[in-house]
Design a protein around this ligand. Sequence first.
Ligand SMILES: [Zn+2]
Length: 507
Amino acid sequence: MLTSGMDFGRKCHGWIDLVAIAVLAAVLAAPLCTAQNAPAVPAPSILDRLNSMISGGNGAWTPEQVANMERLRDAAMKDPYALNELRHLTDDIGPRLSGSPQAQQAVEYVAAEMRALGAEVTLEKAQVPHWVRGVETAEVVAWPGQTPGTTQKVVLTALGGSVATPAEGLTADVVVVDDWKQLRALPPGAVKGKILLFNRKFDKEMAAVGDGLNAYVGGVVYRGAGPIAGAAVGAVAVLVRSVGGADYRLPHTGLTMYTDGVPRIPAGAVTAEDADLLKNLTSQGPVKLHLTLTPQTLPDAPSYNVIADWKGTEHPEQVVVVSGHLDSWDLGTGAIDDGAGVVVSMQAIQLLHELGLHPRRTVRFIAWMSEEEGSQGAAAYMADHKDQFANHIGAIESDLGADHTTGIYYAGKPELGRWLRPVAQVLDAIGAGNLASSADTGEDIDGLTAKGVPSFAPVQDSRTYFNYHHTAADTFDKVDPKHLSENAAVMAVLAYALADSAQPAPR
Ligand SMILES: [Zn+2]
């Protein structure tokens, strides 16, 4: 599914080889805020469904443990804990950009909330990027058919990590390409000194049938690698068509990449409407754009993953991770990405506390830091816990919003699906009884997955997620309380099941 990026390297021009390497590196390295290769939700076969419904039996769990799962499920559906926590994180604290005062405030707040529940809390340090957004404006200042003395506004936002234009902006002609192939077909020098726009359209139909993630992946490679590819052919700035599904003239930010040996040029995302405008105008003749982006990259800042252990009674050294990422982009308030993932993970601890449940193994809540800007928090965790992966029994992350969940993704041995059936039966009552294998379950737990730790994620309806993702519209109101509760139920039931089974999950 990432071949639109990889195929780019098959020609003989030197710069294309360079770009191909850079694109490949960027594709491999760029955090997409969600698992990059997660497949579409595969519908379970009729046989699978029947088996799961009629097989009966409690598998790795006693009837009492299954009853506890049902209690957790029902409590999650009634208790507004996650919703209240989300309201505080988004409305009271606000956006939580890596390295920002709000991110630090969120760290301290979540740690205090977990301590209040009796969890053992530690803040684990990670050095994180500290990029700050500045002015971001653009106007078309010359085009065919222009009324003398007028300009046209272009709505855009800087991509995360972008370098700045001069403070007064830069003015240059615009070249529009729809994809790598069109870039490759341009004559030599066609982009030199110009602003290059990648006009790759988001596949709304793919998103509409439930495969939002792959629609996103198809476009995000341009966001990640566009500035490298543009700079390699002499562009002075790169713009990308926003990677998102709704047409409300909203720009979508997100991380972009640079690489050594290629100039770092300013990069922004224009709205779908403005990409169409520039495409239309450039098809008629020369178009000049004045572009001003003044973000700053400050020195890396100290920050923290928040770790809260609900200690196991028999094997406290064995841990089940339940997690989301606490940082967010700064245009909205990070409600669906990924405040929701944090609060449904917090609720897993809160429900264990409320119901007085103390599983055999430790349930470890983690609020990851800086997923959006390179997953530095997850990298620090992998380094700090490198001798403990055998004791990581399972890892769960929620990072695809908080819409209706239909079940559980699992990464690991195929028998995990069969092993989880009693858990799926408990969740079937809220419509979340499907089990689907997936190569990836979450950006922050990918490292654990790669070490052989069975990993999991709620299967979330992604049809509208990418309408709001990384925009100013990612705000508290986008989260449906009932759907959030379903996600909390999946996290709590699954965390408990993994932490209290007689034998650990197969690996
Ligand atoms: Zn995210």
